[in-house]
Design a protein around this ligand. Structure first.
Ligand code: COA
Length: 446
C-alpha cells in the first residue's frame, strides 16, 4: 500500500447514519425499499431508502459523501427513530457523529471502499426499478423482479407488468394503450345518451398471499398498523347512520362533458371532483359537520378549511389523503389535485402534509362495487360519507312514467355525541340537491 492510500485509509471514518426524527410524533417506520447496497458511493442528498410510517412514505437521503459499509435492516424490517440505518464510510473527517467505539471497524473496513467496489458483482449496481407496491406484489408471489420485463421508463417494472407476469402473459407491443379519441364537447341538443358508468377493473391479487396448506402469521405493519390504531380509536365513537339514494342522471351528462373538455390534458375526470365540491358547498350550510372534537369530547372546533379526505384503496392498504381547501377550489382544480393524490397514493409516495389535516371524509367504495356501506368516522372528524356504485335503474318521473335513471346511494355516518340525526339528514338533502341538479352549483361561483 502506498503512503498516500495508507493516509487516505486513516482519514476515513465509519459514520452510523441514523434515522432522524421525521416529525408528527413518528417513532418507528417500515423499511420499504433500499436504493443503495454495501459498497455503493453516495453523495449528500442521494436517496438511501424509502420508509413508511403510519402517516406517510418518506425518502431518506444521505447527509454524507462516502461509501455504504453496512445496511442495518432488511426490507420490511421496523426501524426506530434514532437508530442507525446504514454505516457510511465518509471521505472526510466527521468527528461530530463518529463514535470512538467504532473506530476499529472504520480502519478494518476502510480498505474495502475502492478495491471491493471494483470487485462488486455488477448485478448489485443494476437495480431493477420498481415502486414499493410492485416489489411487495413480487415478494408475495415469490417473483424475482429481474425476471419481469419492465415496460416503464428506463425498464421500470410497472404493476401491470408484474400482473401480466403472474398471469403468464407476454409484454405488450410497443403501442399497448389505445389513446382515447378526444370527443367533441356535446352541445345540449347533441348530448349523447348517457353511457352506463364503468367500474375500474380490479386486478385479481390475493390481499394476503398464504401458502396453500400452511398457516402463516405475520406482524401487522405500515399502513395496516395505522389502521389498527385509528380504527380502535374510532370504535369508541357512537355512530349515527343515514342513507339515501341520489338521482345522478344529470351529473352523468355533466361528467361526460367535463371529460370531453379535459380529454386533451390527459387528466382523469371522474365523478369525485363534483361530489367533493358539492360536499364543501353543503358544509358551508352545516359547519358543525366540518369540525373536530377533542379526545374527551369536551370541545368542538369549527374548522375554516374544507380539507376533504378521500379513502383510497392501495396495495399497501387503506389510506385517506385529503384535498385541501376545497371551499376555494374549482371542480377542475379538485380534479387535478385528486389525480395527483391518487397517483402518489398508488406509488406509496404521499407526504405527511397530504395525509394529515383532513376535516371531513368521503369513501367511494362504489368504485369497487356495492350500494350501501357503513363507514367509520375518523376521529377527530365528526362525519364521513360512503358512495355506492352508479347504477342504471327504472324510476318514476313526476307524471308517473317509468324512466331510465342513474342512481347512486350514499351512506353517512356521524359522531352521535355531537351530531344530531336531523343535522345529518338536512346536510344530505342539500348535498343531494346539488348533485341532482348540478347546474345549481354554478350559482355560487365567484
Ligand atoms: N360508480 C360507478 N363508477 C364509478 C364510481 C362509482 N361509484 N366511482 C368511480 N367510477 C368510475 C370513474 O368515473 C371512472 O370511470 P371512467 O374511466 O369512465 O372515467 C372509473 O370508475 C375509475 O375511477 P377511479 O379511478 O376509481 O377514480 P375516482 O376518482 O372515481 O375514485 C378513488 C378514486 C381513490 C376514490 C377510488 O379509486 C378508490 O380507491 N375507491 C375505493 C375507496 C375504498 O376503498 N373505500 C373503502 C374504505 S374502508
Amino acid at each position: 500500500m502506498c503512503l498516500f492510500s495508507y493516509f487516505a485509509v486513516l482519514c476515513r471514518k465509519i459514520v452510523p447514519f441514523k434515522l432522524a426524527d421525521i416529525g408528527e410524533g413518528i417513532k418507528e417506520v417500515n423499511v420499504k425499499e433500499w436504493y443503495v447496497n454495501v459498497g455503493d458511493h453516495v453523495k449528500q442528498f442521494d436517496s438511501i431508502c424509502q420508509v413508511q410510517s403510519d402517516k406517510a412514505s418518506v425518502t431518506i437521503t444521505s447527509r454524507y459523501d462516502g461509501v455504504i459499509s453496512k445496511l442495518y435492516y432488511e426490507v420490511d424490517d421496523v426501524a426506530q427513530v434514532g437508530d442507525p440505518l446504514v454505516d457510511i464510510e465518509t471521505d472526510k473527517d466527521t468527528e461530530e457523529t463518529h463514535r470512538p467505539d467504532e473506530s476499529d471497524d472504520s480502519s478494518s473496513s476502510s480498505s474495502s471502499s475502492s478495491e471491493d467496489e471494483k470487485s462488486q458483482p455488477q448485478v448489485l449496481k443494476q437495480k431493477v426499478l420498481a415502486t414499493p407496491a410492485v416489489r411487495k406484489i413480487a415478494m408475495e408471489n415469490s417473483i424475482k423482479l429481474s425476471d419481469v420485463a419492465g415496460t416503464g421508463k428506463d425498464g421500470r417494472v410497472l404493476k401491470e407488468d408484474i400482473m401480466r407476469h403472474i398471469q403468464g402473459g407476454a409484454p405488450p407491443a410497443a403501442t399497448p394503450v389505445a389513446t382515447p379519441t378526444p370527443v367533441a364537447v356535446p352541445t345540449p341538443a347533441a348530448v349523447p345518451a348517457p353511457t352506463p358508468a364503468r367500474i375500474s377493473p380490479i386486478p385479481v391479487v390475493p390481499a394476503v398471499s398464504i401458502p396453500i396448506g400452511k398457516d402463516k402469521t405475520e406482524p401487522i405493519k405500515g399502513v395496516r398498523k395505522a389502521m389498527v390504531k385509528s380504527m380502535t380509536e374510532a370504535n369508541s365513537v357512537p355512530l349515527f347512520g343515514y342513507c339515501d339514494e341520489i338521482d345522478v342522471t344529470k351529473l352523468v351528462f355533466l361528467r361526460e362533458s367535463a371529460k370531453a373538455v379535459t380529454a386533451a390534458t390527459g387528466m382523469k375526470f371522474s365523478y369525485m371532483p363534483f361530489i367533493i365540491k358539492a360536499t364543501s358547498m353543503a358544509l358551508h350550510q352545516f359547519p358543525i359537520l366540518n369540525a373536530s372534537v377533542d379526545k374527551e369530547c369536551e370541545n368542538i372546533t369549527y374548522l375554516a378549511a374544507h380539507n376533504i379526505g378521500i379513502a383510497m384503496d392501495t396495495i399497501e392498504g387503506l389510506i385517506v389523503p385529503n384535498v385541501k381547501n376545497v371551499q376555494s377550489l374549482s371542480v377542475y382544480e379538485i380534479a387535478a389535485e385528486l389525480n395527483r393524490l391518487h397517483a402518489l397514493g398508488l406509488e406509496g409516495k404521499l407526504s405527511t402534509a397530504d395525509m394529515t389535516g383532513g376535516t371531513f371524509s368521503l369513501s367511494n367504495i362504489g368504485a369497487i362495487g356495492g350500494t350501501y356501506a357503513k363507514p367509520v368516522v375518523l376521529p377527530p372528524q365528526v362525519a364521513i360519507g360512503a358512495l355506492g356504485k352508479f347504477q342504471v335503474l327504472p324510476r318514476f318521473d313526476e307524471e308517473g312514467n317509468v324512466k331510465k335513471t342513474h342512481i347512486m346511494n350514499v351512506s353517512w355516518s356521524a359522531d352521535h355525541r355531537v351530531i344530531e340525526g336531523a343535522t345529518m339528514a338536512r346536510f344530505s338533502n342539500v348535498w343531494k340537491a346539488y348533485l341532482e341538479n348540478p347546474a345549481t352549483m354554478t350559482i355560487h361561483l365567484r
